[in-house]
Design a protein around this ligand. Structure first.
Ligand SMILES: Cc1cc2nc3c(=O)[nH]c(=O)nc-3n(C[C@H](O)[C@H](O)[C@H](O)COP(=O)(O)OP(=O)(O)OC[C@H]3O[C@@H](n4cnc5c(N)ncnc54)[C@H](O)[C@@H]3O)c2cc1C
Length: 510
């Protein structure tokens, strides 16, 4: 970092939303902008290669490797909560599946200025830069799954109606095209934007109740003349805010943190898409480690580098579907992710044999959890209680979704690529057995949201993205979503960052 430690705006976190908000503040000439990222650079062929997601999840260097608290409804299991820790954030570690969400997701937020009509122009703008398009070379077994609910399977599925298809992905020439590529790096040319990786923010510095800068974990301080934007994601943004003294007063007192503003809702409303999977294994079905596929794997680097094809060009989550499992109304209530690769069901992802995997997840879960600090120490991991299955409707939807997904997989036109269900297989068939399987095996889609929801009244963040009760502090990331969108959350997070810049450029004053 150079000697200049004073900027107009400091953005904490250069993830999906952070890249968009930093870039758009710089492009709008709103002042000097500094984006601080705790993780490393994303300039690596490894990060660009879609299949490498398999190795980035769980990486010491690029994943925060958070875990949940023991989940009471899941036999007190803990679950992994991967989060990208590098420039581009989770947008540099994710599967690049692109969905805006349903239109009524935004209308149901019922937050001034965030209706579907108001967010659609922002999606249109960001899609010009992120250029999502159908995955170019899906595996033949994914192409067959894409015809499972509709005969052509040529267009991407949509959460607006039932259907299957190959997914739209934010890739260019079979390489990851992240928010850092689309927003952050081009905006550095304005001269208004400084980006620092390997720079972790410990807390926000308040003068009275006005955010005037940040303190780093190495003790250095940076000044923000117009304000600070928290874009550290749904796990770290509320944690930083609480460490800075904005959160539930009793909780902060218990950790000897000086209270700047009692904000009981900070960290509440944590939720994610719960998912349950079905594993299929059989020769010549999907990708996998088999003698027959050895030549394909041996040539994989060449087919990828020379023709942008082959297994390394696969983002794994190649296809999927939406359908209505419970028929409560017309809307699809579940999403399916289809992976044409043999996933291990005994805790390992790399196993011998070929196969495919599909999971079904609740589009609009009702269960809610809470995030709390475990210590005032800036490097201590927070306590992440996802509250999975605390609302009974989520379990009902999962049981119905599991049963229908199994029927869909049994009837999909896989033909000679068909592989039998290997796990949990037919010993799990009654509702009781399926419920037991779900409690033993439930995971998430890695879409945590909601810990700093925007709204009126008690909501910790206003519709103008300002943290209530303090000045010059905004939040722009997935944590502000009052309710999760009905599909994957990267595009909505980028949209929030993009729109935040216009709001903050207007509202931010020295
Ligand atoms: C494995 C995985 C697969 C996924 N697949 C998909 C998918 O295919 N499609 C999809 O739509 N969504 C997917 N998602 C979800 C999607 O990527 C996220 O919803 C989205 O990236 C969230 O954006 P964000 O800006 O809120 O947070 P992030 O992108 O996580 O950004 C937060 C940033 O803040 C940084 N940070 C945190 N704390 C500090 C600190 N103290 N100081 C400085 N910097 C800090 C982090 O390192 C990170 O770079 C996936 C997520 C994961 C983890």
């Amino acid at each position: 970092m150079n000697a200049d430690t004073s900027f107009d705006f400091i953005v904490v976190g250069a993830g999906s939303a952070g890249c968009a908000v930093s870039a758009e503040l710089a492009n709008a000439n709103a002042g000097t902008v500094c984006a601080l990222e705790a993780g490393c650079s994303d300039r690596s062929a490894f990060v660009k290669t879609p299949f490498a997601i398999m190795f980035m999840m769980g990486s010491q260097k690029r994943d925060w490797r958070h875990v949940t608290t023991a989940q009471a409804a899941l036999g007190h299991r803990t679950l992994k909560v991967p989060r990208g820790k590098m420039i581009g954030g989770s947008g540099s570690i994710n599967s690049m599946v692109w969905f805006r969400g349903r239109c009524d997701d935004f209308d149901n937020w019922a937050v001034d200025g965030w209706s579907s009509k108001e967010v659609v122009p922002a999606f249109e703008e960001i899609e010009k830069r992120m250029t999502p398009q159908l995955l170019a070379h899906p595996h033949p077994v994914a192409q067959r799954f894409a015809r499972a609910l509709n005969s052509d399977g040529h267009c991407a599925p949509s959460p607006e109606q039932e259907g299957a298809g190959i997914f739209n992905v934010n890739m260019r020439s079979s390489k990851r095209w992240s928010p850092a590529d689309a927003f952050l790096r081009p905006a550095q040319a304005t001269g208004n934007l400084s980006v620092f990786s390997d720079t972790r923010v410990a807390k926000i510095v308040f003068t009275d109740r006005k955010a005037t800068g940040v303190e780093l974990t190495d003790g250095r301080r940076l000044t923000a003349r117009k304000g600070v934007v928290l874009s550290a994601g749904s796990i770290e943004s509320p944690a930083i805010l609480m460490r800075s003294g904005v959160g539930p007063a009793a909780h902060l007192h218990s950790l000897n943190i000086k209270v700047v503003k009692d904000a009981p809702e900070v960290g509440r409303n944590l939720h994610d898409h719960p998912v349950i999977g079905l594993y299929h294994a059989g020769p010549n079905s999907g990708y996998g480690l088999t003698l027959r596929q050895l030549p394909q794997w041996a040539f994989a680097p060449f087919s990828y580098l020379l023709a942008n094809k082959g297994p390394l060009a696969s983002n794994l989550v190649e296809a999927g579907a939406f359908f209505n499992a419970c028929a409560r109304d017309e809307k699809p209530d579940v999403q399916v992710h289809f992976i044409p690769y043999k996933m291990g069901w005994r805790g390992r992802t790399k196993v011998w044999g070929s196969g495919y995997y599909a999971d079904v997840g609740v589009c609009r879960p009702k269960s809610r959890g809470q995030l709390k600090l475990t210590s005032s120490d800036a490097t201590a991991a927070p306590a992440i209680d996802l509250g999975l299955l605390t609302h009974p409707d989520d379990l009902t939807t999962l049981i119905a979704g599991f049963k229908r997904l199994r029927t869909i997989l049994a009837n999909a036109p896989f033909d000679e690529r068909r592989a039998p269900e290997a796990f949990p297989a037919q010993q799990v068939s009654t509702d009781e057995q399926i419920e037991h399987y779900i409690r033993e095996r439930l995971g998430t889609a890695y879409h945590p949201v909601g810990t700093l929801r925007m709204g009126t009244g008690d909501a910790p963040v206003s519709s103008r993205l300002q943290v209530r009760g303090v000045d010059n502090l905004w939040v722009a990331d997935a944590s502000v979503m009052p309710q999760i969108t009905s599909a994957n959350t990267n595009a909505p997070s980028i949209m929030i960052g993009f729109r935040a810049a216009r709001i903050i450029a207007k509202d931010g004053k020295q």
